[in-house]
Design a protein around this ligand. Structure first.
Ligand SMILES: [Zn+2]
Ligand SMILES: [Zn+2]
Length: 318
């Protein structure tokens, strides 16, 4: 099969080995997949991953032990879990000690013609969610996770740092939850998009950090973004950290102690809620698509996705 593979360097492989079957899992033919910051970080060494990249996808079920799934169009949970360890048994299966993660940890990903996942990871998509929307199911679920982790009510001062792919999803989710959210970013066109969505926004160069925000959601993907978050959040406030970055830059964490800040790491979220929000057109994702490219152009697509101001780049498999 064709695949975009990272192994020391990134390359398009026209004849990569098909994904190996394990425990009667489900074989999927990928329709299209989205490039995300995590894919870019992996190529810089994050997770030490080697294999097929890609974890934001929409696919058709080719074969499955669950016969009802065959022929269905699906999105998927990316954590493949054991179901037996202490964390799985205590309801924290996304943190399974024996997990693999699609395109991120010991499991070939979706920038390929075919991918395998257990049937229990798959969610059938309604017709009202098209293929373009469907590639946002996984990152949108990650945005919804913020609401699962912290209590937000109408009185809170909430700032989303970063106007990239994930920041713009988080901002819409928080707005829909009735939260007076503000986005701080670097790109005038992205901030204009926020205004269109009735979300307040400010260019980062215009703000003076005042240690006054109840909650700061850091979606910058950079160490300097986290440093800014520590200056923007109020004492005893909360920073939700959505960024995963490979940098080993030394950082002064003293502000966390001095201001008694809560830091909440935040990763994958509720897939069903994301599908429902997309089906009900609660979230504008069409505006977030910068470009559609063929799998063969994968190396170029990843390079494009890494450029400042570029939002979602979609790889198509047809
Ligand atoms: Zn992602
Ligand atoms: Zn487990």
């Amino acid at each position: 099969m064709r695949a975009l593979v990272f192994d020391q360097s990134l390359s398009f492989q026209p004849r990569h080995r098909d994904p190996v079957e394990s425990d009667g899992d489900t074989l999927l033919r990928v329709r299209q997949a989205g490039v995300c910051a995590t894919d870019l970080e992996i190529t810089r060494g994050y997770m030490g991953y080697r294999g097929v990249l890609g974890h934001e996808f929409v696919a058709d079920v080719v074969s499955s032990p669950d016969r009802d799934l065959i022929g269905q169009r699906v999105a998927g949970e990316i954590n493949v879990v054991c179901g037996r360890c202490d964390l799985c048994l205590s309801g924290l299966s996304s943190h399974c000690r024996a997990r693999s993660v699609l395109g991120i940890l010991n499991h070939d990903g979706a920038f390929a013609d075919f991918v395998r996942l257990p049937a229990t990871n798959l969610h059938v998509l309604p017709k009202s969610v098209d293929d373009d929307q469907a590639v946002f199911v996984e990152p949108l679920a990650a945005a919804f996770q913020v609401l699962k982790q912290i209590k937000l009510d109408g009185r809170k001062w909430v700032t989303v740092l970063g106007d990239g792919r994930l920041g713009l999803l988080v901002a819409q989710v928080l707005r829909n939850a009735g939260c007076p959210v503000r986005v701080i970013g670097k790109h005038p066109d992205k901030l204009a998009m926020c205004e269109k969505w009735q979300i307040r926004s400010r260019p980062v160069d215009d703000i003076t950090p005042r240690h006054d925000q109840d909650v700061v959601v850091d979606c910058t993907g950079s160490a300097s973004g986290f440093e800014l978050a520590m200056q923007v959040v109020r004492p005893r406030g909360t920073i939700v950290l959505k960024s995963t970055f490979a940098t080993g830059k030394p950082m002064n964490l003293a502000p966390l102690v001095i201001d008694e800040i809560n830091v909440v790491g935040s990763r994958c979220g509720p897939i069903r809620e994301a599908i429902r929000a997309l089906a009900e057109k609660q979230i504008d994702v069409a505006s977030l698509i910068t470009r559609r490219m063929k799998l063969e152009q994968g190396v170029e697509a990843m390079e494009l996705a890494g450029r400042p101001g570029v939002l979602k780049v979609i790889l198509t498999m047809e």
